[in-house]
Design a protein around this ligand. Structure first.
Ligand code: PMH
Length: 373
């Protein structure tokens, strides 16, 4: 686990066994033949794209999904044979490159197809048509537009319709009406196609785990719970199997000092000691993704909860210690120590956000160190 290139003690530890267990457990809940598309966009939700993809593939994922051309190209270098789908926008100019690299693109606009048709290709370009059934993001919204797009693609030898998909806006919520409206629209659109493409897919984590397992179609797009996090508090109460978080965040005390009552700490002198206190400094700050909103959040030392005090600086922040710990003492920001655990969900609540955002915004300055048995 020790990597001599990383001198600063601040590290994200990624447990690849947890990723593998989460994918294996999911697989047991899939109908025979349903493929797992591991959603590894945004550097695998901040966990590390290549390593997470490897672990997911070892456990049964047969496809990778990303958001951008750059993410796809990076993964293609490590995985020459696996299907890679870009779920988001790819500019037309990328299409010949995608075809050459066997990267599948998402399509939703006839203008885009027209522009791309004019380019020359070494191989056919694989496409998945995106249907917007209610997310309001990208995708065709009218059956006539779907048919026009489908006909345009299938009448050109440059393209191959490999899939069709949609994305649900409320799969992680208790509400049913909007969700079922989206499902009905998707099925109506699929029925309108002269031929079913190889891969129909719609389910994200929440859909397949709790909302409606019958919506697995040909593939499921497994994201947040592959990382051991529940898509929402509502889903968390209904999970069909326990999930194991993969992301921990650790550092060490780099300074410990005793201050007197009345002494202030940090920018704006925002914290003032009310009694003689030990203050610890840790080398992690907002440039690492520890945004200032996290001031007051607890971290763990010796299994004891200790608060971050004052304003978080760019590269450092300060803790109110219960004792005069030694420099070099391990500090766990996310993860377990003894019987205590600080979860990503706790950080999300403190930051008024969702768990997805917490590891995503831990910046590349924090090395990801991979752990597996
Ligand atoms: N499919 C698409 C098209 C997505 O955008 C996402 C996640 C997933 C599947 C995976 O969802 P899951 O992690 O809930 O399983 N996309 C996003 C997003 O754009 N913002 O937050 C999550």
């Amino acid at each position: 686990m020790q990597n001599i290139e990383h001198f600063r003690p601040t590290k994200a530890i990624i447990n690849l066994d947890a990723i593998k267990n989460n994918v294996s457990n999911l697989k047991k809940h899939l109908h025979p033949g349903v493929q797992i598309m591991a959603v590894v966009k945004a550097n695998a939700y901040g966990h590390g794209d290549v390593e997470v993809a490897s672990a997911a593939i070892e456990s049964g994922a047969t496809m990778l999904a990303v958001a951008t051309p750059e993410e796809a190209i990076r993964l293609r270098k490590s995985f020459p044979d696996i299907d890679i789908l870009i779920l988001g926008y790819a500019p037309g100019a990328f299409a010949p490159f995608a075809a050459n690299e066997n990267i599948t693109l998402t399509v939703y606009s006839t203008d885009w197809v027209q522009q791309v048709e004019a380019l020359s290709f070494s191989k056919p370009l694989k496409l998945h048509i995106k249907i917007d059934t209610g997310m309001g993001r990208i995708g065709v919204t009218q059956i006539e537009d779907l048919q026009k797009l489908y006909n345009m693609i299938t009448s050109s030898e440059k393209f191959l319709v490999d899939g069709v998909f949609t994305h649900f806006a409320t799969a992680d919520e208790e509400e049913e009406t909007y969700f079922h409206h989206q499902v009905a629209k998707f099925e109506e659109f699929i029925r309108s196609l002269p031929e079913k493409p190889r891969l129909v897919h719609a389910a994200n984590t929440a859909t397949m785990l709790i909302k409606d397992p019958t919506l697995q179609y040909d593939a499921v797009r497994f994201g947040i719970s592959m990382y051991g996090l529940a898509p929402s508090a509502y889903v968390n109460t209904k999970l069909p199997f326990p999930i194991e978080p993969a992301f921990s965040l650790e550092t060490e005390l780099i300074e410990v000092k005793k201050v007197q009552a009345g002494q202030s700490i940090g920018y704006g002198a925002a914290f003032t000691a009310s009694e003689p206190s030990y203050i610890g400094t840790i080398p992690i700050g907002y440039a690492d993704g520890l945004i200032r909103k996290y001031s007051g959040q607890h971290v763990l030392i010796d299994g004891i909860r200790v608060p971050i005090i004052g304003r978080i600086c760019m590269d450092q922040c300060m803790l109110l210690l219960p004792a005069a710990y030694n420099i070099g003492k391990k500090v766990t920001l996310i993860g377990k120590q003894k019987d205590e655990e600080i979860t990503i969900d706790e950080w999300a609540e403190k930051g008024d956000t969702i768990n997805y955002e917490v590891p995503c915004i831990i910046t590349s300055r924090v090395p990801r160190i991979y752990y597996k048995k």
